[in-house]
Design a protein around this ligand. Sequence first.
Ligand code: NAP
Length: 314
Amino acid sequence: MDYDVIIIGGGPAGLTAAIYASRARLKTFLVESFSTPGQAVITDSIENYPGFPDGINGFELVERFKKQAGKFGTEFTAGNIGSVKTYKGKEYPGWAVETADKNYTSLSLIIASGTSPRKLGIPGEKELAGRGVSYCATCDGALYKDKEVAVIGGGDTAIEEAIFLTRFVKRVILVHRRERLRATKILQERAFSNKKMEFVWDSQLIGINGKDKVNSVKLKNKKTGEEKEIACDGVFMFIGYTPNTDFVKGLVRLDDKGYIITDGNMKTSSPGIFACGDCRQKLLRQVVTACGNGATAGFSAQAYVEELKGIAYK
Ligand code: NAP
């Protein structure tokens, strides 16, 4: 076997698992996605991670986690996962992880693959992606200086990102399908007191218009059925996330939305595979809970590997 544990995902959950696994002296390898940045990395300011009363930039926090995991011996590569299969090693059973350029084998696996932005699948969304349709305010916000943008969604992400966009834009039109927000109250207070924000309630985005770039959005009022167009230069979509778990379908139990089902020790239905962070079924998806899950997954992987090798401390 190449490694004791391979961790798939380089966000807060995967990196915390790496810190714990490396400190337990497991030979630890972490594969981070080549193409999909994690949610924490693209967050401008994380202000509910304990220890940073003034908030900390998500990229900086994740870089710190990475440095810490590297310090204890974690090896890293970037690559998209092709498949995960069972692997019969000479001494012990394990797993083979296929990336674009190479296969790696390990005794155990920790899945920390996170989530990706959900898409609406409405006319104009795909056609105008990257030309006014965006899923990341931190990445694209500065392109909309003094412009008008629509933000779709009413959860923490939509509100946090909408407030971030007000640093650049002239006006944010927040479109939500209900008449109240889902977001945490402190974010709601900030949004309602922000003079650059306007709200369109009970409305569903049904189309995005523009030839080479976005010039308006089409909305439908869910109560009255009335349709209207609002002129804007960009549309930021924050309507939730879907788990990045396709590559473990059939290998571990998933819920009906595709989230990995684990017990409290982060064990999946498949012995030797653990899962942590946003890709698992749970109540609260936050950096702090991802880190907690990651620590537990690292510890559980250590117990599994040492038991397999007959060196467990009992
Ligand atoms: P979310 O909590 O699932 O909210 C998604 C929002 O999009 C909801 O308001 C939902 O409407 C709306 N929506 C969903 N499907 C839609 C559709 N087809 N058309 C129109 N609107 C639709 O997702 P999130 O805001 O991305 O947050 C994900 C997780 O990360 C949450 O656990 C959240 O607490 C966490 N998070 C935390 C922070 C923070 O602590 N600062 C920041 C970001 C994210 P309904 O309300 O009607 O369902």
